[in-house]
Write a protein that binds this ligand. Structure first.
Ligand SMILES: Cc1ncc(COP(=O)(O)O)c(C=O)c1O
Length: 363
């Protein structure tokens, strides 16, 4: 039997993203995913532990979290939809909007997971290069990529892996006037403080994505949310309510609720991370490494000035038990670009010393 002939064609064509090895033990400092390096505050962990008493029941805390998020974001509850991580939000958006051969504009280099959701629905991903400062092209130029089949433009703001804002709110507003769905991924919002939320008042074709994975340190719980117009949220929840009523777990919902209730403690961690980021950038610049501006929990840097290639660098830092991400494989980046999450403040010295050692050995 040829099983392949039974598999949907778009699934046959999916190319699995090669993220590399993931199972490192605790002796490694893993700086590959932009995770929050700090464990969440005790009050949040205790709330999650207490929630385990209810795991024989289906989750019931969705409305409570939505009410908290309504206060946190200033949006109405009817504008909020919860998802099992943002990667799931991408699939819901694709399922609602993408028919065969519909087109979605994404930028390179950027976060690639949305692309696969589009491919899965037999849509087409149109990749538009960012300019040399990793910003979106002018609207005039971008318009050349918009066709009668274009449905969505995806803006990752700030962008993974470059760390910068690829579009201003004025540019996002110009895109919204094209009458397409504009998805703005704000997974790192709390590190940057900049958001497109104000545009939701005027445009019903805007979708903003937020996650509890990064700032709130709950990556392992998989909880995120979408903000949009009540009409779009209604379409999205039609799918959720029909196919996956209980899409987030009780511990995840509890962790998210407790995080908002304990926001001051979360804020302290954000400040610590931003401070370590500043020190790390200073140290890298001192040894002639070019760093790119970052509004996230990671930075990207370039080793060309010191003549070391990413692949060699990453192999050696792994021997030092520091795991970085090779982003030289992204289209639009070079063989000298490296991605690194911000370590805990007590790990900074070890990280910087190891980088110095690796550079000495490779020079
Ligand atoms: C820009 C961006 N969007 C979405 C995600 C996925 O977030 P989640 O953990 O909520 O699935 C990530 C994770 O790295 C990201 O960097």
């Amino acid at each position: 039997m040829d099983l392949l002939t039974l598999v949907r064609k778009p699934v046959q064509k999916i190319s699995v993203i090669q993220w590399g090895k993931t199972n490192y033990d605790n002796s490694y400092i893993i700086l590959k995913w932009g995770e929050n390096p700090y464990y969440p505050p005790k009050s949040i962990i205790n709330a999650i532990k207490r929630s385990l008493n209810a795991i024989n029941r289906y989750p019931i805390l969705m409305n409570k979290l939505k009410n908290k998020l309504s206060v946190y974001t200033g949006c109405n509850v009817s504008q909020i939809c919860l998802t099992n991580g943002l990667d799931k939000a991408f699939r819901l958006i694709a399922e609602v909007f993408i028919d065969r051969d519909d087109e979605v504009i994404t930028f390179t280099p950027s976060y690639p997971v949305f692309d696969e959701s589009i491919n899965m629905m037999a849509g087409k991903v149109i990749k538009v290069p960012l300019d040399k400062n990793f910003k979106i092209p002018t609207i005039k130029l971008l318009n050349k990529y918009v066709t009668k089949d274009t449905k969505i433009i995806y803006i990752c703001n700030p962008n993974n892996p470059t760390g910068n804002f690829i579009a201003t709110n004025q540019e996002i507003e110009q895109l919204l006037k094209l009458n397409l769905i504009i998805v703005v991924d704000e997974a790192y919002f709390e590190f940057s403080g900049r958001t497109a939320i104000s545009l939701l008042k005027k445009y019903e074709n805007l979708i903003i994505l937020r996650s509890f994975s990064k700032t709130f340190g709950l990556a392992g719980l998989r909880v995120a949310y979408m903000l949009s117009s009540p009409k779009i949220i209604d379409y999205i929840t039609r799918i959720e309510d029909s196919l996956e009523v209980f899409n987030t777990s009780t511990p995840s919902l509890t962790g998210a609720i407790a995080s908002i209730e304990n926001y001051q403690a979360i804020k302290n961690n954000i400040e610590k991370i931003n401070n370590t980021k500043r020190l790390l950038v200073e140290k890298l610049n001192e040894i002639n490494i070019l760093t790119y501006p970052s509004f996230t929990s990671f930075i990207m840097f370039n080793l060309k000035r010191i003549g070391i290639k990413t692949k060699d660098f990453i192999k050696r830092t792994e021997q030092e038990k520091i795991i970085l991400k090779d982003v030289s494989i992204y289209s639009g980046l070079s063989e000298y670009d490296v991605y690194m999450a911000i370590p805990r403040d007590d790990q900074l010295e070890k990280v910087v010393n190891s980088i110095n050692k690796v550079i000495k050995n490779l020079s």
